[in-house]
Design a protein around this ligand. Structure first.
Ligand SMILES: *Cc1c(COP(=O)(O)O)cnc(C)c1O
Length: 219
């Protein structure tokens, strides 16, 4: 099978698997080629994620009929890329940056997820579970941003389930009718995330292949 064919067969089987649980497959294309993205777009995939703001802008311009999700850290001076091009922003964890994005939205509403540090690792992004209530309160005041749920990442090693349970419990605790989305689960732990109620899984390697460049169709 060609690399493009292998990519498509992984996509089809992941989609079947996730559709049965009503979970959205977010194709995390940050390390993959334009050709691999085009292959999936052609097959019908519409939701993609990038972790760098300029890459999000470039791909949103290249594939304007798709929904581009921002999943990486953002600095205030790059807020305009997310304000203009993102369909959903998963990695909100600093109120000042959220304000900057909100102020540059051009007459549209942007769904956002509060990123919570559920792994307990200090170097990880996201607000501490203790600050979730306070952060949601602040974000709910910002017009243009629509608080829609929570996002989190489990630690790379060890049992991911307790971290996902924490995110789900926080969602239930702070739900004001608006926290319907739980973005959790990556290639190595998405099955555990789905068991704990994920509504979006962000898959890079499991979809595009281990060496992402492998997924490029032969030229
Ligand atoms: C890269 C990335 C993913 C996908 O990682 P894989 O392990 O390749 O599936 C998911 N979420 C975030 C925030 C990422 O940066």
């Amino acid at each position: 099978m060609t690399a493009g064919g292998e990519l498509l067969s992984r996509w089809q089987s992941l989609r079947q698997e996730l559709e049965a649980d009503h979970v959205m497959l977010l194709a995390t294309s940050k390390y993959s080629s334009d050709e691999a993205v085009a292959t999936l777009v052609h097959a019908g995939q519409r939701d993609f994620a990038e972790s760098r703001p300029q890459a999000l802008r470039d791909r949103a311009r290249m594939f304007p009929h798709c929904r581009w999700h921002m999943i990486g850290p953002l600095q205030k001076n790059k807020a305009k890329y997310v304000a203009r091009h993102a369909s959903m922003w998963h990695s909100v964890d600093i109120i000042e940056v959220a304000e900057a994005v909100a102020s540059q939205l051009d007459n549209r509403e942007l769904p956002i997820l509060l990123q919570v540090n559920i792994s307990g690792e200090k170097q990880k992004h996201g607000v501490s579970p203790h600050d979730v209530g306070k952060s949601l309160h602040a974000l709910r005041q910002l017009s243009g941003l629509k608080v829609s749920g929570l996002m989190g990442m489990a630690a790379k090693v060890g049992d991911p389930t307790p971290a996902f349970q924490t995110l789900r419990q926080l969602r239930d605790q702070y739900h004001e009718g608006d926290l319907n989305t739980l973005s959790m689960g990556m290639s190595h732990d998405y099955l555990a995330a789905i068991r704990e109620g994920a509504t979006i899984v962000r898959l890079g390697t499991a979809l595009f292949g281990r060496d992402y460049s492998d997924s490029m169709p032969a030229k």
